[in-house]
Design a protein around this ligand. Sequence first.
Ligand code: SAH
Length: 348
Amino acid sequence: MHNITELIYRLAAEHTLSAEEYRILLTEISHAETELLARLARETKEAIYGNAVFIRGLIEIGNICKNDCYYCGIRKSNKNCDRYRLSAEDILACCAEGYDLGFRTFVMQGGEDGSFSDAFLVPLIETVKKNWPDCAVTLSLGERSPESYRALRHAGADRYLLRHETATKSHYEQLHPANLLWQNRMDCLHSLRDCGYQVGAGFMVGSPFQTTEMLADELKFIEAFKPDMCGIGPFIPHKDTPFRDYPAGSAEMTCLLLSCIRLIHPPILLPATTALGTLSENGREKGILAGANVVMPNLSPASVRKKYMLYDNKLSDGAESAQAKASLEARLAAIGCTAVVARGDIQK
Ligand code: SAH
C-alpha cells in the first residue's frame, strides 16, 4: 500500500509528482483522500480567486465541420446532424444580450468550417471589441495556420481554446482519422502561445482506449505546458459516431483530475464543463467543489442550441435570460460561490 495522503500533501506543496506517483494516486485514492485532495484544491483556488466563479458566454457559432473525429457528434460523416452557421449579425446579437446579463467574456466555438475565414472573423472580432471594449473574446475554432491565429489575435481575440484531446500520440491516432495529426495539434498550441493568446488545452476523461497511465501523462503534460486554461470533461458517446457503443467516462475521475490540475498549476482557469453537468446530477457544482472556477453557460440562439450536439443528451440550458442567469447564480450561491461580472483573466 502506498501513502496516498503523503502524495496529496506533496502535490499541494510542490505542484509536481512523477508519472508513476500520479498513476498510483489515481488508482488507489480512497473516498476520504479524495475529499482531502478536493479541499486542498479549493483552498488553493480561494487563495488566488476567493469565491469568484467566472462566467463565460458560450456562443456555438456553427456545427459544420470538415473533420471526422470518431467521438464527435458534429463530425462531417454524421448525416443526421442538422447543420447551421450563425451570421455575424446573429453572433453580435448574442453578445449584446450577454453583455446586458453581465457577461464579460464571449467564447465563439464551432466546427472547422471554411466559411469561418479570417475575412469573416477579423471584422467580427473587431466589432465585438469596439462595441464592448471591456470584454474578452475567446475563440475555439480548431486548427488554423499560424498566420490566421496571428490575424485573429491582431483583430483583438484574447484567448483560444484548443483541447489537445490526449497527450499520447498513439492514442490520438485511435481517436482521429489519419489526416488529423497529434503533432499538428501540439504545434497549434505552441503557435497560439507565441501569438500572445491566453491558451486553453484539455482532454476528455474516459475516452475509448484511455488508460490510467495515459491520465498520469496528461497531468505531466499540464505540468510541462502550463496552459492558462484547461477544459476537461468526461467522454460521452454520441449515437451517430463510431464510438457509439463505448461507455462514458466518469464524473468522479473528472473531479479528481480537476483537483490535481488545480494543485499542479494554482492560477489555472478551470471550467466545470457542460459534459460534466450532462453526465452527473449537479456535475458542474461538483466540479467547482473539486477546484474548477469557470462555467460557460450557453448564449447561442435557442433555435440552434440542440443542433450543437457533440454527444448524446448534451445539456443546453443557458443563461440567455435574466431568469436563467439568476438560477445559475442561485446554484453557485448554494455552494458558497459568486458569479462575477468581470473578464476573469488568469492571475499571473
Ligand atoms: N472544433 C473545435 C471545437 C470542438 S468541440 C476544436 O477542434 O477545438 C469542443 C470539445 O468537445 C472538443 O475539443 C472535445 O474534447 C469535446 N467533445 C467532442 N465530442 C465529445 C464527446 N463525445 N464527449 C465529450 N466531449 C466531446
